[in-house]
Design a protein around this ligand. Structure first.
Ligand SMILES: Cc1ncc(COP(=O)(O)O)c(C=O)c1O
Length: 344
């Protein structure tokens, strides 16, 4: 089976497993796990922030950023399709009591659109405290915020007296696609969350990076939420291995995504904007129900997920080798043909 449902499905490689098995560990709730401390120092350095906190997931990273930079009742400005709005179980409302103010189009917005979304400073209006962007943007199909566009929004937020958070679950892909250092892409933001368990291929984990005092506050909230882990250096070792070995190869996933998109764009009944395929995600709009195509594709050895009634999302990653991309395209073409020909 080739699994293109997400880049979270990767399995640790033998080298990563060996690094994890050999990890030096301690009790991280006491701050005594040397491998976690090493990963946190490394992430602070990579993102150019004072400190970093190892957390269980990208969701926890985003939610800690919200919890530490807002008060209940506040507005958090996000772009369309933002991960915390769609996929975090309503945690913004449930855990921090915030509401989301969605601006712009397709996940991207400008400082002008941000400013226009501000409420008048009257007692009955919510206070806006935090602005978030997602780079790369998941629901937009892995599209990339340029360094300049991200800087403009973060600067705009700061001019308005707001904090700026970067959901950098796939910041590694953005960096490779733009040829710009991760630290440069993170620099304009107060906080950044970045994931090890997506394209980088580690089994678990993300980091929240930012000012030391904020990160220490997040450590307290992480414990409150049950996220304090013990000999978790075993997992941090997987993340360190991923940082050392799996970053540069992301370019291969981007080439594979483009090749799949180009192939699928030639298939009858498939609509793919090839120019929008900037990283490792391919959105394909279909004339037939996407869920039916996913079932047919499974019978042909390809797992793929519908992200809307007539949209399939394919995600390229470490466990989808370049040599299999044409086979995936053939299987999807056949699956679409089967569904198109079946009586409805
Ligand atoms: C943009 C973005 N942010 C955050 C997350 C959350 O990550 P996790 O699944 O580790 O909670 C994801 C997961 O796919 C994501 O795509």
């Amino acid at each position: 089976m080739l699994d293109l449902r997400s880049d979270t499905v990767t399995r640790p490689t033998p080298g990563m497993r060996a690094a994890m098995a050999a990890a030096d560990v301690g009790d991280d709730v006491f701050g005594e796990d040397p491998t976690v401390c090493k990963l946190e120092r490394r992430m602070a350095e990579v993102t150019g922030k004072e400190a970093a906190l190892f957390v269980s997931s990208g969701t926890m990273g985003n939610q800690l950023a919200i919890a530490t930079q807002t008060r209940p009742g506040d507005d958090v400005v996000v772009g369309e399709g933002a991960h915390p709005v769609f996929y975090e179980g309503g945690a913004g409302a449930a855990l921090s009591g915030v509401q989301f103010n969605v601006v712009g189009r397709g996940g991207f917005y400008t400082p002008e659109e941000l400013e226009a979304a501000m409420h008048p400073p009257v007692y009955f209006a919510p206070r806006t405290s935090l602005v978030m962007i997602e780079n790369t943007h998941n629901r937009a199909g892995g599209r990339v915020w340029s360094a300049a566009a991200a800087l403009a929004v973060a600067d705009g937020a700061h001019r308005l007296g707001l904090s700026a958070h970067l959901d950098g679950a796939r910041i590694w892909n953005a960096s490779v696609a733009l040829g710009v250092e991760v630290g440069v892409l993170c620099a304009p933001f107060d906080t950044v969350s970045a994931c090890f368990s997506k394209g980088l291929g580690a089994p678990v984990g993300s980091a929240l990076c930012g000012p030391r005092a904020l990160v220490e506050d997040a450590r307290r909230v992480r414990k409150r939420w049950g996220g304090g882990m013990r000999q978790v250096g075993i997992l941090a070792a997987g993340a360190l291995y991923a940082l050392d070995h799996h970053r540069n190869r992301l370019a291969e996933d981007h080439v594979n995504a483009r090749r799949l998109a180009e192939r699928m764009a030639r298939v009858d009944g498939v609509h793919v904007d090839v120019s929008a395929v900037e990283t490792n995600i391919v959105n394909m709009d279909l004339d037939v129900p996407a869920a039916d195509v996913a079932v047919a594709a499974r019978h042909l050895g390809v797992l793929i997920g519908p992200s809307a009634p007539r949209r399939l999302r394919a995600v390229l990653h470490l466990d989808v080798p370049s040599s299999s991309v044409d086979g995936v395209a053939d299987a999807l073409e056949r699956a679409i043909g089967v569904v198109a020909r079946s009586p409805r």
